[in-house]
Design a protein around this ligand. Sequence first.
Ligand code: COI
Length: 375
Amino acid sequence: MASFPPPVVNTIDWSNIGFKIREVNGHIESHYSHKTGKWTDPVFVTDPYIRLHGMAPALNYGQQAYEGLKAFRTPGDKSITIFRPDRNAKRLQHSAEFISIPPVPEQLFLDSVKAAVALNAEFVPPHETGAALYIRPQVYGSSAQLGLSPPEEYTFAVYVVPTGVYHGSHPVKALILDEFDRAAPNGTGSAKVGGNYAPVLRWSEKARQEGYGITLHLDSKAHEEVDEFSTSGFIGAIVEGDSVTLVVPDSKNAIKSVTSESIQDIGRSWGWKVEQRSIKYSELPNFTEVMAAGTAAALVPIRSITRRMGPSSPQSLAATVNQHPRLSTSNGEETVTYIPESQEDAGSLCVRLLTQLKGIQLGKVQDQFGWCFKV
Ligand code: COI
């Protein structure tokens, strides 16, 4: 029997992986019918194209949810591990509930994710690159249905693609979106559903063209509190003497980030404080560093956060500009700068946290938390 894991394929330039689609061996599928009340055993499918009725609610009513997690090759090609898949299984169940999709049982999720990785093991990037096999589980209403009621059949699938990190590793400028609300106050903001992402595209594209690599969403009711970045969770860090505090939003409209929770646990293990609470816009100048945490993003150092003051951005900080060395104002814009333009490197807290997280994920640092599941 061939040994596992197999060597990596030689058809990919591993020094330039990027974040884009690359075809692999195949994906996993399981199907649910209300007639049986059960999910079928997962099967491996080599064709990446799916056969789906054009009237499926997944395509018409956005009845769809997805996940993102990663698998890594450990040193010396000894094994492949998946980072905290149990958390993603639970989050998918949380998302599915919002859109009336029957829950994917945790064991089916874990088995399917493991199988998708194992059957594409030669696409898990070399350990030395620090890159990962990105895993994309998805669940959707798949039988034809015209009326606005849950359909009879659902598909759960797990795709994989080898990737580097989404935003790269250099500091990124963020823009607060005031013209657009990502999530209604009592809406679906905490669910990882496509409907929370597609409407952001035109704003994030516009922001990118203006030099902002990421957008930041405030609460939609009052535009006073931080919800999350468009692709990832918000973490603010405050250094006072020897003490470090990580502050994360407790908004019910932000997606629970597995990466952010892992970063918080790492911080706690070093004796850092962690506060989960509402974060006011006016607090942004108090942070020493800000980071965006997500599976695809890993941990992105935020260079600055800019807000364009207008009718829907009521709390100008301009009057306090003299009290805050990180704050500057110009042409109706307010910018809090954490990493000056002259600096290409992340802040020291971000570097330390990311090194520890990647060390655990890549099997270089002892996994004291039990986060890595062996394939
Ligand atoms: C992830 O980080 O896994 C996500 O799903 C975010 C997506 C925009 C790439």
